[in-house]
Design a protein around this ligand. Structure first.
Ligand SMILES: C[S@@+](CC[C@H](N)C(=O)[O-])C[C@H]1O[C@@H](n2cnc3c(N)ncnc32)[C@H](O)[C@@H]1O
Length: 226
């Protein structure tokens, strides 16, 4: 692990070969529920990105073990995957094949080795909710710098977005502390996105467990001026 690695857990935990090798199995493969969730997320990412105009070059950050690499390459996008963990990237390269290894870049999202406006869209899944607010704002600004147009993101913080959950959480925080906390985190991340220069483009709900339970959302944001 380099001395440049940030202190927060998400930046350190995945720099571990054993974890990287088990990641797909434990997160996406070990039972039917996880397989279905993974399938739905992939379908939703593809649906969302196809709704965006003029997207050719895509940065998948963090790419992890290449969950979306083959999907986005096969859909015709000019793909770049980036992650702070070389161990996760190594698994991704094994999955897509050595011929594609130059598409992967190991880097810290707080300081990306890409020129301004290098990509039409950044895809950012299962990441922002794991990063503490300070570095997260830096990352959102960095994504804004390297993207020409769009950010697509799916995070646990956007999971609670059913109208009822949102309302009861905000109105009765003492009675529903869990919903209130989720609503608060959701609002916090929305504020940071705005501060980093991202404006709402559309929201795509893609998984619902009922009217008072959670719906997952993909947020599509448009690059605005800072
Ligand atoms: C939960 S995984 C998500 C990976 C992938 N997007 C997915 O959906 O499976 C989080 C990833 O974030 C990466 N990560 C954490 N901090 C990072 C940072 N500061 N810069 C770049 N990648 C980072 C980790 O190495 C890990 O691969």
């Amino acid at each position: 692990m380099s001395s440049e690695t940030p202190e927060y857990q998400a930046a350190r935990a995945y720099q571990d070969e054993k974890l990287a090798r088990r990641y797909d199995h434990t997160r996406y493969k070990q039972d039917k529920k996880r397989q279905l969730r993974d399938k739905k997320t992939k379908q939703a990412i593809l649906k969302a990105i196809r709704r965006l105009d003029g997207v050719e070059e895509v940065l998948d950050l963090p790419c992890g073990t290449g969950r979306f690499s083959r999907l986005l390459m096969d859909a015709g996008y000019e793909y770049t995957g980036c992650d702070i963990s070389q161990q996760m990237i190594d698994v991704a390269i094994e999955k897509v094949g050595e011929a594609e290894k130059d598409r992967f870049v190991q880097a810290n999202a707080e300081q990306l080795p890409f020129e301004d406006n290098s990509f039409d869209c950044v895809v950012c899944v299962r990441f922002l909710g794991r990063i503490p607010p300070g570095p997260r704002l830096t990352i959102l600004k960095e994504l804004h710098r390297v993207s020409r147009k769009y950010l697509l993101t799916a995070t646990g913080y956007f999971q609670k977005s059913t109208p009822l959950n949102e309302r009861i959480g905000r109105r009765f925080p003492d009675l529903f502390p869990k919903a209130a906390k989720k609503a608060q985190r959701h609002d916090e991340l929305r504020r940071e996105l705005t501060e980093a220069g991202w404006t709402d483009h559309f929201w795509l709900p893609y998984k619902s467990r009922g009217p008072i339970s959670t719906t997952k959302m993909i947020g599509a944001f448009h690059k605005g001026e800072l």
